[in-house]
Design a protein around this ligand. Sequence first.
Ligand code: ADP
Ligand code: MG
Length: 323
Amino acid sequence: MSDLSEFSLIQHYFEQLTAKRDDVLLGIGDDCALLQCPEDEVLAVSIDTLVENVHFFSDVDPESLGHKSLAVGLSDLAAMGAKPKWFTLALTLPEVHEVWLKKFSQGLAKLANEFKVQLVGGDTTKGPLSISIQVHGFVDPEKALRRDGAQVGDLIYVTNTLGDAGAALKLAQSELVNESFDNEDKRYLTRRLECPTPRLNLGQKLIGIASAAIDISDGLVADLGHILEKSSVGSRIDLARLPLSASLLKLERAEAEHLALYSGDDYELCFTAPANHYTEIEDMFQGQCTRIGVITNDDGIVVIENDKLKSLKNKGYDHFSNS
Ligand code: ADP
Ligand code: MG
């Protein structure tokens, strides 16, 4: 415990946390921040909350937690193709633990400064540990990557690899056989869960190319499902094409595929693009994304496995579902 007042806590840890941007006319320290908006673009806003023992374990490294609290919001901006600019932080703390706060704010600052986003305000309260971050970015309203633009015949892509975060979570919950992985695999998978990389650069490059996009927070099946529903289309996914990391592939292929399809927290992008962009995408995103299927008139998601077709149920992670 510490007797640091709310005021000095904010001043000490948050006022100078991130690099200053020219478009912040007034930052932390007044009733509101005053922010200069570009004239030709619209504001893209998203908020996410991480609650102790719901979204993260109590003993998680606070630096990683600082990183992830911001990364999940930046991932939403990436999925719209938006350029990030500012964020606000609502922090609820059970106590003032200075070592924890220092590490948390360092993790937050490192990611914020990497993408030049500035912390411009927030709120600090006492209570069960919870972190809410609202991110602000800008995007051309005509070109934003929405969920409702996928058309039959479009190709479906995902970035990087899928299922790693899910494997790390299952490992932590002792639901996977520990012996499958060596220490390097465990470190890699844990980092994928605790320190996701928001695909901001990729998202912005997809402007004018992708017809729809979403970030994968609840699992490919659930999140691709949102694109399909909003766009009123179906899809076929080739299971053999799912991008799986070398570490994940130490599991049985079927188990690795199951994690890639259904487990959340990867924060990769899933996007669709007309087939005439095929070569451009291959050239531009070499190795950073994989074509996994095609938009069709099918009902929901149909997977192709050993040349056979199988319809999938929608069952990503849902906080309010009991099954
Ligand atoms: P008010 O009571 O007017 O809402 P506060 O006393 O809550 O103001 O906050 C004072 C200033 O510090 C405000 O500019 C607010 O945005 C900022 N602030 C408070 N908590 C945080 C935080 N956790 N991170 C960043 N800025 C914060
Ligand atoms: Mg307040």
